[in-house]
Design a binder for this molecule. Structure first.
Ligand code: V07
Length: 264
């Protein structure tokens, strides 16, 4: 049953990458794609390598997928890099993970700037180590005026906590007499989320065969298409990305014309 849901590594079609991109762009491209980058530890284990080797390889996939997403004309790419749950992992692993933003940015920031990519972050910034904060802050500053794709890292992010924080802010407005209870609506909740300035994701991709949301963008994904693949994140390449977009396009074609009718 779930086997049908799950995508496998696509067969390599004999079409140039640029032609495939052009073909996909002739149909509807999702404005916002969110990805749960799973399977890095398993990738390493299969090779008898330490888990951190998988995380490091996963970082290279972030670079590839950022570039192809930008080429496809995707407006926002949100990547789940570190969840609030991930603090439970061994300290050595957390220390390694917290160095990845710095390494990623010192290696790839110039090409992100060249691609006109804007770096942003959602999640609790204040709990991150200083060196991680410094790297992210610098990248956000240096790309602040870019108006191409937004590369949005979910770092120390948890969706339920985000919703709790939104509710608290609204409660404060009510307590201060600035908002009437009757005026609390979906727009109010939404406008206090960390993604308030972004369009809702149209497509969620999760790699590595897991079919769960894991506390990721629960509110924002209400109407998104979901696509799952067995491919582990370090092996997720441009063709896998094309496959996910094709999947999205085949579903939008089926439902697009009767939007609001068949769609639930
Ligand atoms: C991390 C690599 C990708 C697979 C998932 C786990 C490991 C890139 C970043 C990053 C974050 C913020 C930023 C620039 C880069 C990152 C963590 C883990 C914690 F501004 N990859 N990556 N951060 N992995």
């Amino acid at each position: 049953m779930l086997g049908k849901l799950m995508r496998k590594k696509p067969i390599v079609p004999d079409i140039k990458m640029s032609d495939q991109i052009a073909l996909l762009k002739s149909r509807k491209i999702p404005a916002h794609v969110a990805i749960i980058m799973d399977g890095n530890g398993r990738w390493a284990k299969q090779r008898n390598l330490p888990r951190v080797a998988g995380h490091h390889e996963g970082m290279k996939t972030v670079r590839r997928i950022t570039r192809v997403a930008s080429d496809l004309g995707i407006k926002v790419l949100t990547l789940y890099a570190f969840s609030t749950e991930n603090w439970k992992r061994p300290k050595v692993e957390i220390d390694f993970l917290m160095k990845l933003p710095g390494e990623f940015l010192s290696t790839y920031l110039p090409e992100l700037i060249e691609q006109n990519v804007k770096v942003e972050m959602i999640g609790n910034f204040s709990m991150l180590p200083d060196h991680t904060k410094d790297a992210i802050r610098r990248a956000m500053e240096e790309t602040a005026s870019n108006d191409g794709m937004t590369l949005n890292f979910a770092m120390n992010y948890g969706s339920r906590l985000e919703l709790v924080e939104s509710v608290k802010k609204i409660a404060n407005l009510v307590a201060e007499g600035k908002l009437a209870i009757e005026d609390i609506d979906e727009t109010q909740i939404e406008s206090h989320l960390m993604t308030a300035h972004l369009p809702e994701p149209d497509l969620l991709i999760r790699t590595s065969g897991e079919v769960r949301l894991s506390n990721f963008m629960l509110w924002q994904l209400a109407y998104a298409e979901f696509t799952f693949t067995d491919v582990l994140w370090p092996d997720f390449d441009e063709l896998c990305m094309f496959d996910a977009i094709k999947d999205f396009q085949s579903r939008s074609r089926r439902f697009g014309s009767v939007e609001g009718e068949k769609e639930a």
